[in-house]
Design a protein around this ligand. Structure first.
Ligand SMILES: NC(=O)c1ccc[n+]([C@@H]2O[C@H](COP(=O)([O-])OP(=O)(O)OC[C@H]3O[C@@H](n4cnc5c(N)ncnc54)[C@H](O)[C@@H]3O)[C@@H](O)[C@H]2O)c1
Length: 371
């Protein structure tokens, strides 16, 4: 098996805590090597290359894409850049993993999918929620009718002050002074594209594609602050969607400025005529599923999360990168396909349009849910 040269684009929070931290461990070196890292802040990539023993550190994506040692890139840049950087990487013949939402519109996602096929490269986008055993178990349970006739579901996340307080933001060197203000700017900012993306991948992975969406959305906190510097919130930070899955099954999906319906984040609650599933509790009792009792947090599980990885941050992102590496090296199918990611993007894009126009939007994309 040929080792894959990975290029890490963006040495910010996820570039450092997921790609560089996990892919520099000994246990994956037979399959991958860190070929290059790049970042637009001068010197940040060189500092990251030094800390994680990466072959090359560049100040631009163009230099990284011109490096023949890079076979696959993982994009850890702001969401608004993913489309143009993804297209550039695909055209350079690189496989691409997107750290969460791979574009802002469904049309852009379609172009990424089409160009990847045309250039013979593979792409995937985090979060690959359905790789987690509890989500596969929940899909089967609902298909088997264990909840009776499903009536509704709820899932979402609150932005809170999570990104302002991440460990890479409070220091004074190039690897710890990373400014997160893009999370509140257009295009690509707001809690839907960054956080609700977990729960909506899980919800649609379990129920399959949705049919329609309507929504309300706005800015709750117009001025924010990072390290004493005020900045304006330009992307909606408080968005509430209502989805129609057909057969009178509806779901409430939110990306709020603060707060959540427990457990929220990546695990929906489902309510049916014969039972309730809240997170991983079936009628109040822990759900039984293969591997549920092995002492690991269900959220952290995936095919590659063993040994030293278990105690680290952002294991799910590492898992998603390895899923793409599995596909490239062994042809193992993905749980989180680009088509699934596109459907989630279309729901967000259509949700914003519904909020602006007051009109429910019919969804046009679809995907094959993985069993
Ligand atoms: N922070 C998290 O907890 C987290 C977790 C999972 C996934 N993600 C996702 O990862 C992606 C990145 O988020 P983050 O929190 O790491 O952002 P970040 O702001 O911490 O880091 C982004 C990095 O990209 C660099 N960058 C900006 N423009 C660039 C360009 N043109 N070329 C190269 N580098 C450029 C910035 O200088 C910065 O170092 C987002 O899509 C986010 O949704 C973040």
């Amino acid at each position: 098996m040929e080792r894959i040269g990975v290029g890490v684009v963006g040495a910010g929070s996820i570039g450092i805590r997921a790609a560089l931290a996990h892919l520099s461990l000994d246990d994956v070196q037979d399959r991958v090597h860190l070929a290059a890292v790049c970042d637009a802040v001068p010197g940040r990539a060189a500092a990251a290359a030094d800390r994680f023993s990466v072959d090359s550190g560049y100040d631009s994506l163009d230099e990284l894409l011109a490096d023949p040692k890079v076979d696959l890139v993982t994009l850890g840049t702001p969401i608004g850049l993913h489309f143009e950087q993804g297209i550039a990487a695909i055209r350079a013949g690189k496989h691409v993993h997107f750290n969460k939402t791979m574009s802002v519109t469904a049309a852009e996602a379609t172009q990424l999918i089409d160009e990847a096929k045309a250039h013979g490269v593979k792409i995937n986008a985090s979060p690959g929620q359905m790789v987690q055993p509890q989500n596969q178990a929940i899909r089967k349970l609902i298909q088997n009718g264990d909840l009776g006739k499903l009536a509704w579901a709820v899932v979402g996340a609150g932005f809170g002050n999570y990104h302002e307080n991440e460990g890479v933001r409070g220091g004074n060197d190039l690897l710890s002074n990373v400014n997160p203000s893009w999370y509140w700017k257009k295009p690509g900012g707001g809690p839907l594209y960054d956080m609700t993306v977990y729960g909506l991948h899980t919800l649609t992975g379990i129920l399959g594609p949705a049919k329609r969406v309507t929504a309300m959305s706005g800015i709750s906190i117009p001025t924010r602050e990072f390290r004493g510097e005020p900045f304006q919130t330009e992307a909606d930070d408080n968005s509430f969607l209502l989805l129609d899955f057909g057969d009178s099954v509806f779901a409430f999906v939110y990306g709020a400025a603060h707060g959540r319906v427990e457990p929220g984040w990546g695990q929906p609650n489902f309510y049916g005529s014969r039972g309730t599933l809240e997170g991983t509790k079936l009628n109040g009792e822990p759900l039984q599923f293969p591997g549920h009792d092995d002492g690991l947090a269900a959220y952290s599980r995936g095919r590659h999360i063993h040994g030293a990885h278990l105690a680290m941050e952002e294991t799910h992102v590492y898992e998603d990168i390895m899923q793409l590496i599995d596909l490239v090296q062994t042809g193992t199918p993905l749980y989180g396909t680009a088509e699934h990611a596109r459907h989630v993007i279309e729901i967000f894009e259509s949700g914003y349009r519904a909020a602006e126009t007051g009109q429910a939007q019919t969804l046009t994309t679809t995907f094959e849910a993985v069993d």
